[in-house]
Design a binder for this molecule. Structure first.
Ligand SMILES: *Cc1c(COP(=O)(O)O)cnc(C)c1O
Length: 462
């Protein structure tokens, strides 16, 4: 075999021309989104009231395996893609492991994460539809930043509802968004009906992602020529993120490398879904086998301790219902530092694949994650995002296991972003002040009690 370089770069012409839609190869399709009033599957027309029409069509498309990437989006991708695939030789040497470790690095753009891959696609379709702007929510701030960049490029208005505690704790994130021209409002706010309602009930709330989603949806629906966009969870987002997996696969194929295990952190599931999609397609078609591992925080364990059920996507219950592994829309995770992994639910595509036993999941504690992050920063040089470091943790654990067993396993993991805006978290860790709160069964029960108690599955079958 040819000597594998530290970084496998692709050429510009090797940026994929189509996204891959893994739903086309799934025998058991993900459960449809339901209209919260009629409990019937959302139609294209209903979805188009909230999302751009083209994106609504992508959301409902369970059949086309490949969807063309418009040239305008590919041109934008060319500014920061192809993303490098790195062979972690230094980490392997440090761990003294026979395992071969690769990671796909998505932090090579100002927003600092993979979220830009979907932000530009969503902004593009909004622009193409002649809209004036888009609304969204952001928790940790990566999605809001990515969307601001995409909207600035295309000349679209961008209204971001930022979870209040992040707005206050991450002023630099907020200023990056404003520099790109976004209008950033702390959520809950007085600018929406749902925000006013939540504030009346909980005047001192520091906000939540579910609540910011409700405000962003309301702002979109009530403004002329605006639509709502979302940075994760939705099937359209997984579709756009398939570019991660497609590029990774092209790079590995060049050197005849086949990963045995593919690892990614899982918040709403979009980076993991995107990374594994083309490999999962091969597994679904019976061509090759892989082990897929989702890594989630022990403080927000949707896969490992959640229920597979229809649930609300937001606190205000204005969004369609989705069937997913969930902790309940009322579940409020402890104040963990991996803001991007604090959502109560999980992509319905990944939920179905997980329920079918096609992938596995593990949860890890915050301090274990930061230990891996620090090790990785010192050895591989990149300062990883706390979210990404969940995947690093499990990759290191697996490589250490290989040292014990002598197995020459090939591991691929997703390094979704950089952690420059997470230095308060690193500070807590460096000062030895970081805690690990793991919810008790009692804590989780409260979230499950808020699940809609109708048997929606039966409703669909009728
Ligand atoms: C948002 C985010 C995640 C988690 O979101 P997914 O949709 O699960 O991919 C992971 N890493 C980074 C750096 C993020 O910004």
């Amino acid at each position: 075999m040819e000597n594998i370089p530290y970084k496998i770069y692709l050429s510009e012409s090797e940026i994929p021309k189509q996204w891959y839609n893994v739903r086309a190869d799934m025998k058991n399709k993900p459960a449809p989104l339901l209209n919260p009033e009629t409990l019937k599957p959302m139609t294209l027309e209903e979805l188009s009231g909230v999302f751009c029409t083209e994106l609504a069509a992508q959301e409902l498309n369970d059949t086309d395996p490949y969807i063309d990437i418009p040239d305008e989006i590919r041109d934008f991708y060319k500014m920061y893609r192809p993303a490098p695939l790195v062979r972690a030789y230094c980490l392997e040497k440090y761990l003294d492991t026979p395992a071969k470790i690769y990671y796909k690095f998505e932090g090579n753009n100002t927003s600092g994460s993979h979220k830009l891959n979907s932000a530009i696609a969503q902004a593009y379709y909004a622009k193409k539809q002649g809209l004036k702007g888009v609304t969204t929510e952001t928790g940790a701030g990566q999605w809001g930043t990515a969307l601001s960049m995409a909207c600035a490029y295309l000349g679209l208005d961008c209204k971001v509802f930022m979870v209040k505690c992040s707005y206050e704790q991450k002023p630099f994130r907020r200023e990056v968004m404003r520099t790109y021209g976004a209008d950033v409002t702390p959520s809950p706010s007085e600018t929406t009906e749902v925000g006013r309602k939540i504030l009346a009930k909980h005047p001192d709330t520091s906000g939540s992602l579910g609540c910011a989603i409700s405000e962003a949806v309301e702002a979109a629906v009530k403004s002329e020529r605006y639509r709502y966009v979302l940075g994760s969870v939705l099937s359209q987002v997984l579709l756009h993120q398939s570019i991660i997996g497609l590029e990774a696969k092209t790079a590995l194929d060049k050197y005849g490398v086949k990963p045995d295990m593919i690892i990614g952190c899982a918040g709403g599931g979009s980076n993991l879904g995107g990374l594994i999609s083309p490999f999962m397609g091969e597994k679904l078609r019976g061509e090759k086998d892989y082990e897929f591992v989702a890594v989630e925080p022990a403080s927000c364990p949707s896969f490992t301790r959640g229920k597979y059920a229809y649930d609300f996507c937001d606190t205000g219950m204005v969004c369609p219902l989705a069937k997913m592994y969930t902790l309940g829309s009322g579940f409020i995770p402890s104040a963990s530092h991996a803001g991007g992994l604090r959502y109560h639910g999980m992509s319905s595509v990944l939920s179905q694949l997980y329920d079918d036993g096609l992938m596995t999941a593990r949860s890890v504690t915050q301090t274990e994650v930061f230990e891996a992050a620090r090790q990785f920063a010192r050895i591989e040089g990149i300062l990883p995002a706390p979210e990404s470091s969940h995947a690093i943790r499990v990759a290191i654990d697996e490589a250490v296991k290989c040292k014990e067993t002598g197995e020459e396993k090939t591991i691929l993991f997703g390094l979704t972003g950089t952690g420059y805006f997470d230095m308060v978290a690193y500070q807590r860790f460096n000062d030895g002040q970081m805690g690990d709160y793991i919810p008790t069964d009692e804590d989780l029960k409260a979230g499950f009690e808020g699940l809609p108690n109708t048997n929606f599955d039966r409703v669909i079958e009728k």
